[in-house]
Design a protein around this ligand. Sequence first.
Ligand code: ACO
Length: 216
Amino acid sequence: SAATRGNDFEIRVCGVEDGDRMMEFLLEHYYREEPLTAGCAPPEPDEKDKQFLLSNLPHGTCLLMLHNDRIVAAAVAGPKDAGAVDELFEQAAQLAGTKWGRILGILAIAERDANVFKRYGVDKALHVHAIGVDSRMRGRALGERLMNALTALGKELSYPLLTADCSSFYSSRLLQRLGFAVVNRIPYTDYVDDAGEQIIRPPEPHLALETVALRL
Ligand code: ACO
């Protein structure tokens, strides 16, 4: 019945053994639309990008939402500290000329300019690397419920801060609704190569990479 419909959805930590299933879901419902991925060639994510998301599973900080055993939403998150910014710039330089290198380049700038460790006076944070909802089930607050569960998990694990780089207009709006503050904004038109060419060109309505943070 409508009154118990919410109970058909289960949220649980995504284990390493769920990695293949989670990636299958993300390829279908996250990567195709995620603005950094969609905004530069080729359309498919690089192998290193997928490996990076999967590398977060052992931390026990990634969540799946299931409906009758089918994945309907996923959130990939992991720990980060003040060393993240140098690592990102280094990896972006090493992978220059590749799709994942272009994406890491803007994430490095966001990390530097958001400066969350200094801004909030904390030494670690739980960072959301990806959130995706089944494209047929958007607008039913599934993303909201998953983010609320991630907030609770972050608190339980004693993280003082939850952060995310919202590449999507929709994810930024969603997280702001949940109380996250926008601490940095990079319009996609500002991320250009040496020739002044815009590196990432997502479709509308995605205009900027917005870094958001919530004290836990
Ligand atoms: N395209 C079109 N409309 C959308 C989209 C979308 N990608 N996402 C949400 N909407 C609409 C919903 O249909 C809803 O409309 P309604 O009010 O008329 O019903 C409204 O926006 C509000 O939707 P929410 O409930 O806030 O969003 P939801 O939780 O369903 O999904 C999410 C948000 C997870 C960001 C989803 O858009 C998605 O999976 N996108 C693809 C992957 C992506 O871009 N992820 C975020 C990248 S940034 C990061 O991961 C940290």
